[in-house]
Structure formats: structure tokens, C-alpha cells
Design a protein around this ligand. Structure first.
Ligand code: ADP
Ligand code: MG
Length: 604
């Protein structure tokens, strides 16, 4: 019998290890930008081609590397940032594992150019399959440029897993934004396929937020600032009126590192709870600073999830700080704005924390309340959904009885049109028919009608465009501009005539006839919001998301009073739809009330 265990060759071991750190172009962007920040640069440029699939390049003016270090940097576990295990608990840099460059070199072709201030000449290195193929001196400015070319050229299976350019570009912009937001005193730019998408001059955090998230946050940011011995919080939250239907503009940083934390998000949402509706998301960019010894950032290879030594204290803090800020700025004086006295009195908030205080607060009833509240919140939501589902799917409801054809027949009898229609609560349309009545939800019904109309439009029957007399310009945040330019051609079929005009600006030349003049801009902005809302639903294609967004956005909303003719149109068109029963998202559009059943209920 021969022995069968072998050591993997280095380049294969590196390729496997790389899978943890470099999953897509966006992960390389994050690692390279963080290295540039760690190198003390105050000017960092990111260049992308083909959504990072063919090129991701980061150029910085940081301290550079010696020629030996330049070569060492690509070895696995090669780092200048920690020396021993104790250092791990004092980390002030973004990197520390020494894995990023080794991983990148294992799955792409790399070109490095670097020079330190004190050196005569710089170093040029080319690496492929983790092997140095060229190393030579080169004339260069102080700083480092690392170009990663043809990601996964040697791992086709992983290359095939990359998503569309739109999706990968979105990841890149997301990573870029997270780093740029955390370092407003560093200049950042992002160039994609030769076009400059971001140009972020050095400035205050507030300026940086507005540069990245868009001008509509100007004068709409509330400053959050609390300092104690245990931790500091600073940053901004958006005024409640800026809350959006999507979660996008939410950032939490711990020691300047972007993190994902559903737990802290919940703390912030709680602080906002009376000020915004349940299904909307406030903007926030909050920076929590605390002793690195109170953290474990080593729990996740990309370092996006961290463990706090005491997360309940951090929760209470964050919530109190946001509540304070909102109350102080007294945004909506008419609303009941009581600060939670339990939180205000909490030692963690008012005093520095000692070990004993920490343990006593942790066991206090406040924390029980936190977790109970959390549960109540979840149950509430679930049962709500359940309710709708029951309503819709209940076997007693006529929708169940037949397919759409059947409904069309029973509902759309010519005699029906003789009865006038009735609007209730500016939300429902009541349509009488010979054997009962139908209750139509005006928004849901209209959403279904528009959805089918748009679906036909992109299937080859374009919707007529109404040319604008005075073309309006639309200035978007860089992220939204990237998104919109990807949607332009489909939107054209839907009646929108838009032209890219400079960096983040578009000119609206025409809109579908049903968009009121003067409203073009808002209509497109809201459509993009809706689109992002659907973006988490990976099962939908880009086009499907666009159709759904447009339908949701253009549908008549509750609160609009309708004329006989408008009600008639909705009722008529609904039952001509292929699937009249529900919105594209599955909400019922109408309920059937059978006269004989009602008679029975009344004992007749
Ligand atoms: P880590 O950042 O965890 O140390 P990396 O693989 O990202 O590991 O980088 C390895 C080392 O290469 C770093 O510790 C640093 O010394 C050096 N390095 C990487 N990028 C740069 C840069 N842009 N400028 C100067 N030094 C760099
Ligand atoms: Mg690094």
C-alpha cells in the first residue's frame, strides 16, 4: 500500500486561500484601498475597467515599499502591521493578516510599481500565478501603484461565477464608498472605463457624505456626538424626512472600519421609531471609536463582522446617542419625543464604565427590554404577512375558485358597466355587478395594469414618448448615475428619453405620456429608489426589476380621488390583464363579494 497524502503546491494552496479574501473585483478594491490608507496616502485613485474584471488599479502617494519589501508583500502571512499575537489586540491599521496581496497574486496578474521617498529609484514587479516574472528598478514618484489584471484568469470556474458588469460595478462602488466615507481627509477618485465617476476632494465628514450620497442630504444631516471613557460616537443621521424605502444609505464604522451589524442597526432604527414609518430607512453614517482591546475583528476574513467585548453597552450607547441628537435638533416638535429615561439614567451613557458597573448594567432590566422588544418586532411583522396571505389564499375567497379567465368572465359582464362606481377612502373602488360586488384596491390594480403594459412595451411595442418642451437636467449621486446609465436603453422602450450629459448628470428629453410635466425628475428619482428596493431580490432580471419599479412608482396611490371615468378605466383594464388577481409582487388587487353569501350572512 502506498501513502496517499501530499502537500499542496504553494500556488494551489494560495488559490484556495484566496477564495476567502478575494471573491470578486470588489473585494480586491477593498483590500487595495485599505492598503493605500494604511500606507499614509492622502491621495488615492481607483481605476476600473470592465467592472474590475479586466483591471482594478489603485494608485496612492503613500510611503511606498523598499524593493525587498515589495517582493515580500506578496508572500502569504507577510505583513508589516503585526509582529506578535499581542499586537492583534491593538490594531489601528485596516490590514493585519498579510493575506490580501498573496491572494490577489494567486488569482490574477499583478503589476506593482512602488517607491519610497528616500530611495533613488523605485521597483517594478510583475507576478503571475504567485510567481515573480519580472523585477526591475524603475523611475517613479513616491507611492505605490498596484494593478490587478484579468481576475481569475487561471481559475475559470470562479471567473464564471462573476455577475453582470452592473452587479460587479455596484459592489465596487459600495466598497469604494465605504472606504472613502471613513477617510474624508484623503482625496479619492474612481474612474470606470475611462470615465471619472467619483472625484472626492478632501473635506469634512459632512462634505464627504454629501459628495457621496448626493446633494439632497445637504442641510438635512443631524450631527451625532457623544464621548465617554469607554467609547465615542460621532457622525450624522439624516433628518426623518430623508428616510428612504431602501436600506442603501446606512453606514456603521468601528475604529474607521465599515462593519455590518444588524444589532446596531436595530439600535438606530429604535431611536428613529416614532419619527418614520416602519418600512422606511433613515440615512446614517456613524463612527464608533473604542479601545481595540474591546473588539475582535479577527472573526471574519474580510473583517466586516466584528465582536464587541460587550455589545449590549454599545447598543445602549448608539441608541441613546442617536435619540439625543434627534431630540436636540428638535426636528419635529409636534411629535412626542420623550427620551427613554431608562437609557438616560444608564450609567453606561452618563458615566465612564468600570468593570463592576459594566456587569451590573448588563444584567439590568433594560437589556431584557431590548431583547424582548426585538422579538416583539419580529413577531409583529411575521403575523402581518401571515394575515395577508390568509386573506388572499383563504378557500372561502373567490380568487381561489378559478383562474384568471374565469374571473374575467364573471366580472366583466356588459351589464356591470351600467352601475356607477363608488370610491371609498380614496383607496378602494366598489363595482357592483348582478350577483354581488367587487372591491378593487386602486393602487394594487393600477400597478398590475401598468406592469402588463410595460411588459408589452419592452417586448416590442414601445410606449410613446412625450417630448419635453423644456428638457430638464437630472443630477444624481454617483451610485445612482451608474445605475441609471445601465437602465437607459430599457427605459427608452418604456417611453423615457434620457441622455447622459457629463459625470452624474442626465438630460430628460421626453417621458411617457402619463407622467405629468414638471414631475419628470421626481418620477425618475423615485423609480431608482424602487429599483434599489428590488435589487436585493436576486431572482429578478434587471429588466423585471425595472418593470416592477416603474409600475410601483407610476401607480395611482391611495389618497387620490378618482373620477367615474378613471375608476371605470381601472376596472376595465384590470380585468383585461393576463393575471388580474394580484400585483406583480403578489398583493391582491380585488376581492369578490358574492350576493348570495351576503344574503346568507344576514339570514336571508
Ligand atoms: P496586510 O495589509 O494585512 O498587512 P497585505 O497583503 O494587504 O497584508 O499587504 C502586505 C504588506 O504589503 C503590508 O503589510 C504593507 O507593508 C505592504 N503594502 C501593501 N500595499 C501597500 C501600499 N499601497 N503601500 C505601501 N505598502 C504596502
Ligand atoms: Mg492589506
Amino acid at each position: 500500500m502506498t501513502d496517499i497524502i501530499q502537500l499542496l503546491p504553494d500556488n494551489i494552496a494560495n488559490q484556495i486561500a484566496a477564495g476567502e479574501v478575494i471573491q470578486r473585483p470588489g473585494s480586491a478594491v477593498k483590500e487595495l484601498l485599505e492598503n493605500a490608507v494604511d500606507a499614509g496616502a492622502d491621495e488615492i485613485k481607483l481605476i476600473i475597467n470592465d467592472a474590475g474584471k479586466s483591471l482594478v488599479q489603485v494608485i496612492d502617494n503613500g510611503r511606498g515599499m523598499s524593493s525587498t519589501d515589495a517582493r515580500m508583500a506578496f508572500e502569504r502571512h507577510a505583513t508589516s502591521k503585526i509582529r506578535n499575537i499581542d499586537d492583534l489586540f491593538k490594531i489601528k491599521t485596516m490590514g493585519f493578516r498579510g493575506e490580501a496581496l498573496a491572494s490577489i497574486a494567486a488569482v490574477a496578474q499583478v503589476e506593482l510599481k512602488t517607491k519610497r521617498e528616500e530611495d533613488e529609484s523605485g521597483t517594478y514587479i510583475e507576478i503571475e500565478n504567485s510567481k515573480v516574472v519580472i523585477q526591475e528598478p524603475i523611475a517613479a514618484n513616491k507611492g505605490t501603484s498596484i494593478a490587478m489584471k484579468n481576475l481569475f484568469f487561471n481559475v475559470p470556474a470562479r471567473r464564471n461565477f462573476l455577475k453582470s458588469n452592473t452587479a460587479e460595478l455596484r459592489h465596487i462602488v459600495e466598497e469604494f464608498t465605504r472606504v472613502a466615507m471613513a477617510f474624508p481627509d484623503i482625496f479619492f477618485s474612481l474612474q470606470s472605463n475611462g470615465q471619472e465617476v467619483f472625484h472626492l476632494e478632501k473635506g469634512s465628514l459632512k462634505q464627504r457624505i454629501v459628495q457621496i450620497l448626493g446633494n439632497n442630504y445637504n442641510a438635512k444631516l443631524v450631527s451625532v456626538q457623544e464621548q465617554t471613557d469607554y467609547l465615542n460616537i460621532m457622525g450624522f443621521v439624516g433628518k426623518p424626512e430623508t428616510a428612504k424605502k431602501t436600506r442603501g444609505d446606512q453606514y456603521i464604522f468601528v475604529n474607521n472600519r465599515f462593519i455590518k451589524s444588524a444589532y446596531l442597526n436595530h439600535a438606530i432604527m429604535n431611536a428613529f421609531s416614532d419619527l418614520i414609518s416602519k418600512d422606511s430607512y433613515p440615512m446614517y453614517a456613524l463612527f464608533i471609536d473604542l479601545d481595540p482591546a474591546q473588539l475582535d475583528i479577527n472573526v471574519h476574513p474580510t473583517k466586516q463582522e466584528i465582536k464587541f467585548e460587550d455589545d449590549k453597552i454599545v447598543y445602549a450607547f448608539v441608541q441613546a446617542a442617536v435619540k439625543h441628537a434627534l431630540a436636540q435638533f428638535s426636528i419635529t416638535p409636534t411629535l412626542d419625543f420623550d427620551l427613554d429615561p431608562t437609557i438616560e439614567r444608564l450609567d453606561a451613557v452618563s458615566k465612564p464604565v468600570s468593570a463592576e458597573q459594566k456587569s451590573s448594567t448588563t444584567s439590568s432590566s433594560l437589556y431584557q427590554a431590548f431583547s424582548q422588544k426585538n422579538q416583539a418586532h419580529l413577531i409583529e411583522r411575521d403575523s402581518n404577512l401571515q394575515h395577508w396571505k390568509d386573506f388572499y389564499e383563504s378557500p372561502n375567497k373567490p380568487q381561489q375558485q378559478g383562474g384568471s379567465g374565469h374571473d374575467k368572465q364573471i366580472l366583466h359582464q356588459p351589464a356591470d358597466t351600467l352601475f356607477p362606481l363608488l370610491q371609498l377612502h380614496q383607496t378602494y373602488i366598489v363595482k357592483q355587478r348582478s350577483n354581488g360586488f367587487v372591491l378593487i384596491h386602486q393602487q394594487n390594480a393600477h400597478e398590475r395594469i401598468l406592469y402588463e403594459k410595460y411588459a408589452h412595451a419592452v417586448a416590442g411595442k414601445p410606449i410613446a414618448t412625450q417630448q419635453s418642451l423644456f428638457p430638464t437636467t437630472l443630477e444624481l449621486s454617483a451610485t445612482d448615475a451608474v445605475l441609471l446609465s445601465e437602465l437607459l436603453s430599457d427605459m427608452k422602450e418604456l417611453g423615457y428619453q434620457l441622455e447622459h450629459f457629463g459625470q452624474h448628470t442626465f438630460v430628460i428629453q421626453g417621458t411617457p405620456a402619463d407622467v405629468d410635466t414638471g414631475n419628470e425628475k421626481a418620477a425618475i428619482e423615485k423609480m431608482l429608489e424602487q429599483y434599489k428596493h428590488f435589487s436585493s431580490e436576486i431572482k429578478f432580471s434587471k429588466r423585471e426589476k425595472l418593470l416592477r419599479s416603474m409600475a410601483a412608482q407610476h401607480a395611482i396611490k391611495p389618497g387620490a380621488s378618482l373620477t367615474q371615468k378613471e375608476m371605470q378605466n381601472i376596472a376595465d383594464e384590470l380585468f383585461l390583464c393576463e393575471t388580474p388577481n394580484s400585483t406583480p409582487g403578489g398583493k391582491p388587487t380585488f376581492m369578490n363579494f358574492d350576493k348570495s353569501e351576503m344574503d346568507k350572512m344576514f339570514g336571508r
